[in-house]
Ligand binder design. Structure first.
Ligand SMILES: *Cc1c(COP(=O)(O)O)cnc(C)c1O
Length: 429
């Protein structure tokens, strides 16, 4: 499988090159040259396939021959070692829980898959790759955990001091080994700017291989397509058409769902549910794409003003607005409405949704499900990750799960960083 840059000004590359580079040299996102639907028998017999086999069958064309089949299966065994249950909320709405991984965020699967791929590519050489990532919260923890102890990979995480939750900070500052946390005196955008600057700085990139671990990287983005197939397997016997509502920030997750649809997954409609960062929602109304600076909300993992994967979604619909529109809708909700939705879900079914899941739930309400449809919203983080908001809104106490308990007593280690010069010194030392 070859990947091309969506800016069309860079050479095509193989899977491994695309993973190691992250972004194409022309700054475009990599995109698979072809997407071949799976045979109908795959979906007809899906109830007989386990998680690993589903993962293998759906990802193998994207990996190609660079990772042998038995190795790829081993990687998937490692990555997909937890559950992805669909829980019924009402008669026609369920939630797909994606938070049963080690950091209780849905980014675990992508981060772990990317880490295992890089490890495989590095196994026979002494090359080092440095993964540089800026986080506003959940990405950092998932990436740190996913890459912990992976040979040939150093991870450097930049996070804004005092702007991530206590649990999130512990998840990225207590691991040690090949993981370093740089605590930046600033906001998330400052971290992001420093990372972007480093990728463009030849005095750094001539000396080391730098890659990114956010959803622009195909190895973080594509394995998210598994979720939608796992949900289908569990819902098939309901005999209804499935509508997915995906709480969206950078639109990587929903974009992977659309790739699953291209592989032949029966899906009636995709709903992108956002907070007030509504660039795509406005685009769907006007067909004008006008990014805006991000605004802070209670669903902060989706505070994105210029979603990087939307260009991939447009490509999946051949850049035809009408065809996008008939398969995809986008709705935006403010924090007051989100809190009300958390209460509504809790009162109806005693289910505790986190603010991101609640935005997903609202997406289904807005879509207005028909009798023959079943709506699934993706629950992208465990409510404990947003403990303060959830406990205050619902007046409940959330028990701390063992994965989180584990990091609560560990010592935080971070390096204070206040400007780009400090980052550069650190990388080149
Ligand atoms: C990252 C994240 C999202 C947004 O996912 P995208 O793929 O960027 O759209 C939603 N919810 C949570 C909890 C996240 O961490």
């Amino acid at each position: 499988m070859q990947y091309y840059s969506l800016h069309n000004k860079a050479p095509k590359v193989s899977f491994s090159e695309a993973v190691i580079k992250g972004l194409a040299p022309d700054k475009g996102l990599y995109f698979p040259e072809s997407i071949t639907p799976l045979p109908k028998s795959f979906f007809d017999n899906i109830e007989n396939l386990d998680t690993i086999e589903i993962g293998f069958q759906t990802i193998k064309q994207f990996v190609g021959h660079e990772i042998p089949e038995n190795e790829l299966r081993d990687i998937l065994k490692d990555v997909l070692s937890f559950d992805f249950p669909v829980i019924d909320i009402t008669k026609n709405i369920g939630t797909l829980e994606l938070f049963h991984g080690p950091t209780m965020a849905f980014k675990d699967v992508g981060a772990r898959f990317m880490a295992r791929c890089l490890e495989y590519f590095n196994k026979d050489n002494d090359d080092k790759v440095t993964v540089l990532v800026a986080t506003s919260g959940d990405t950092g923890g998932a990436v740190a955990q996913g890459f912990l102890g992976v040979k040939g990979v150093d991870v450097v995480i930049l996070y804004p001091s005092g702007k991530v939750s206590d649990i999130q900070e512990r998840q990225l500052t207590t691991l040690g080994q090949n993981i370093t946390a740089l605590e930046v005196d600033g906001v998330f955008d400052d971290c992001q700017d420093m990372v972007k600057k480093a990728f463009l700085d030849e005095s750094i990139t001539n000396h080391m291989k730098l890659t990114s671990a956010n959803s622009i990287n195909i190895a973080r983005w594509l394995p998210q397509l598994f979720y939608f197939v796992f949900a289908y397997k569990q819902l098939k016997n309901k005999g209804k058409e499935i509508v997915f509502s995906v709480p969206s920030g950078n639109f990587g997750n929903i974009c992977a769902g659309i790739v699953a649809h291209k592989l032949g997954l029966p899906v009636k409609h995709f709903v992108a549910a956002t907070n007030v960062n509504d660039t795509v929602v406005r685009y769907m109304k006007t067909s004008n794409y006008e990014p805006k600076p991000s605004k802070a909300t209670i669903s902060n993992a989706m505070d994105v003003g210029n979603p990087s994967n939307f260009i991939r979604i447009q490509q999946l619909f051949d850049n035809k607005f009408e065809s996008l529109k008939s398969n995809f809708s986008a709705y935006s909700f403010d924090d007051v409405t989100t809190r009300d939705a958390m209460k509504e879900v809790y009162n109806k079914s005693k289910y505790i949704a986190d603010p991101h899941g609640a935005v997903g739930y609202l997406g289904l309400k807005e879509y207005d499900l028909q009798e023959n449809e079943y709506g699934v919203f993706l629950e992208t983080a465990h409510p404990v990750k947003f403990m303060d908001i959830v406990e205050k809104t619902l007046n409940v106490k959330i028990p701390i799960p063992p994965q989180i308990q584990k990091v609560m007593n560990k010592q935080k280690v971070s390096i204070k960083t206040n400007d780009y010069k400090k980052l550069k010194e650190f990388l080149l030392k």
